[in-house]
Write a new protein. Structure first.
Length: 142
């Protein structure tokens, strides 16, 4: 029987290993990987609603509250607007949130360096391109 490969399963396994590494990187600044994602999206596009932010971070809107709550308590984000049913309430990154992002970036850059991942610079670019294709294709299908 020929040996089968299951690259999607390999991707799941790699995701677990990478997530553990990122968990350690973000723990140095008191964040989880998902909380870092929230801050990163807000740093790029400040004033997203909870629903918009949930779509970008790839969680359900109901789960986003668990991510945003601790960030609100730490003063890393704030709500902007009246909120409530039918009223737009954006989530905005604060100066403190931007400072935490800045503190995390050296570790993020080091963890993403080609050598840290066992790749050449060209392999890393190719991997990034391929992963974005998978995200678009599978994300759009589900």
């Amino acid at each position: 029987m020929p040996e089968e490969t299951f690259p999607a399963w390999t991707l799941v396994q790699a995701a677990h290993v990478v997530a553990r590494g990122f968990t350690a990187v973000f723990a140095e600044v008191g964040l989880t990987p998902s909380q870092f994602g929230v801050l990163a999206y807000l740093a790029d596009d400040d004033g997203l609603t909870q629903a918009e932010l949930a779509r970008r971070v790839l969680v359900r809107p109901q789960s986003l509250g668990e991510l945003v709550g601790p960030l609100l308590e730490r003063g890393l984000v704030r709500r902007d607007g009246p909120g409530g049913r039918g009223r737009r309430s954006a989530i905005v990154i604060t100066d403190e949130g931007r400072a935490v992002m800045a503190a995390a970036l050296p570790g993020v850059r080091a963890f993403n360096a080609p050598g840290s991942l066992g790749l050449t610079a060209e392999q890393l670019r190719e991997l990034d391109e391929l992963l974005h294709i998978v995200l678009r294709t599978v994300g759009d299908a589900h």
